[in-house]
Design a protein around this ligand. Structure first.
Ligand code: SAH
Length: 218
């Protein structure tokens, strides 16, 4: 790894290990998720001026009015998405800076990620290129309708808050697949949908705070 990738001081491997210890104390149990987060250099996904804060327990601005989620939220959603099983094909809606995408790429075979803000997607592409992950494809698209031609997916993760269950995405979820997303307008909560042989089973979980899912391209 290059020095920029591996980091020094507040962006070093030691800092990542400390972040993972904090995630454990916050209740994250899936070792596969924790390993992935210990290995992805989160500091390359934020502007250089913020790099030393990248591993703190907070969300940070990434430009265009958007934010990178705090590490705990990324870990929690990834743990829910995995549900303890290996993932084949995953769809992420809301690439943002690409950090969650990079974490997913460590534990899924293929990751497709869509973002509606073109210049943000360009930045994310740059960050992801540095990692040389061959199993990531990003696309400038409105994720609220998913990526029908590439489904079905074993996991769908949406990192922007929907006002209602995004019905268009359900048929793109494979049987046995899981979808995780924030839902709500005022108060938001995490929502897990499991596609079993019989039904789409919906569970509402803890309160969270995300930017809203918006229609169309920007
Ligand atoms: N996972 C990202 C979170 C970024 S914030 C990260 O770690 O950086 C959520 C992102 O969802 C924003 O970049 C926003 O532009 C994007 N978004 C909102 N509505 C969208 C839509 N309909 N389709 C695709 N992306 C969308």
């Amino acid at each position: 790894m290059s020095a920029k990738l591996s980091g020094i001081g507040m962006t070093s491997q030691r800092t990542r290990v400390r972040m993972v210890e904090r995630l454990r104390s916050q209740g994250i149990k899936d070792e596969v998720v924790l390993d992935a987060m210990a290995s992805v250099p989160r500091h390359i996904f934020v502007d250089e001026a913020l790099a030393t804060r990248a591993y703190e327990d907070c969300s940070l601005p990434i430009g265009f009015g958007q934010t990178i989620s705090n590490p705990q939220t990324v870990a929690r959603m990834t743990e829910l998405l995995r549900g303890g099983r290996p993932l084949g094909k995953v769809l992420e809606i809301g690439t943002g800076c690409g950090y969650q995408t990079a974490v997913l790429a460590r534990l899924a075979q293929e990751v497709y990620s869509v973002e509606r803000i073109a210049p943000l997607l360009m930045k994310a592409r740059g960050h992801l290129r540095e990692l040389r992950a061959a199993n990531i494809k990003v696309k400038h698209a409105d994720g609220s309708i998913g990526l029908e031609e590439l489904g079905p997916f074993d996991g769908i993760i949406m990192t922007a808050a929907a006002t209602h269950v995004p019905e268009a995405l359900l048929p793109q979820l494979a049987v046995g697949g899981r979808m995780v997303f924030p839902i709500g307008t005022g108060e938001q909560r995490l929502c897990l949908i499991e596609h079993t042989a019989e039904e789409y089973r919906q569970t509402t979980l803890e309160a969270v705070k995300f930017v809203p899912l918006l229609p169309g391209l920007a």
